[in-house]
Design a binder for this molecule. Sequence first.
Ligand SMILES: C[S@@+](CC[C@H](N)C(=O)[O-])C[C@H]1O[C@@H](n2cnc3c(N)ncnc32)[C@H](O)[C@@H]1O
Length: 290
Amino acid sequence: MDTLYEPLIETAPMARELSRRHCLHGTDGVDPCDWYHGVWQYLRLFSMVASPDRHAEFFHRTLTAAVTENPKLRLMISGTADYAMLAHVVRAANSIVGEPEITVLDRCQTPLSLCSWYAERVGIDIETVARDILSYRSMKKFGVICTHSFLPQFPPDTRKKILARWSDLLVPGGQLITNVSIRQVSTKEPVGIANADTDRFCELIRQAAIYMPSVTADIDDLMAQARAYCTNRTSYSFQSEDEVVTLFEDSGYSIVELSSVEIGGAQDISGPGISRSSRYLELVATYNND
Ligand SMILES: C[S@@+](CC[C@H](N)C(=O)[O-])C[C@H]1O[C@@H](n2cnc3c(N)ncnc32)[C@H](O)[C@@H]1O
């Protein structure tokens, strides 16, 4: 199977259920994610949000090259809203009959359970780690760490700490494969989704749910979740290519591939994470920690 297998219609209700059980609710000063993981796959089904498939060619090419070089590669997915990044890894591995040893790390059990379900469905073993990457330490080192749009979730100082954690988890010369969005707005404060855009977003969700009856969901619950998603969703986009290059180089990485791509969007709504026209950097960086 070297096509991308993402059975969203089957798993969106599952993600909602898992989220009720596992997501963090914001107690004890921990950032909540119950507004996010339960609705994310519905939002993907309705083409409302940006996920790794917007960078399918990049992930396929770079992951295939990495697995070709080392078919038993140890690979970590560092943060994932569902099994999407895993699906791209599996697709790359299958296209060259590689068998990478895959670890998926996320601070929440919901996406990890989705990944475990996906792994079983496609017949592979994976390790899941329910930890915050900022405090994660391991003797196990990885040839590749990959993740989709992870860094823009964090303010600049935290990004440096994440790059330091990743460098500690990479073998000498190991690769980081990722993408970031570039937006020419201030990154000092997080950017959210404006009220007018939230209203439009929710209306589009309502229409999509009605026009796609095969997508089973309680519409009131879905609308409430879509609104909570818009209220909570923020990002600290990078402002320029220079900012990205400086961050990586100052953190000891060498950038081996950097492409600036304009990706067209399904939506004309503004806001972080929405499937709209945006500029991204797709990048591969290595860390030489010997
Ligand atoms: C890969 S990122 C971005 C994915 C998606 N494309 C988006 O734009 O929302 C989302 C994932 O990062 C996880 N995450 C956020 N902060 C984290 C942290 N400090 N450690 C581990 N996982 C984290 C969240 O739980 C979430 O599942």
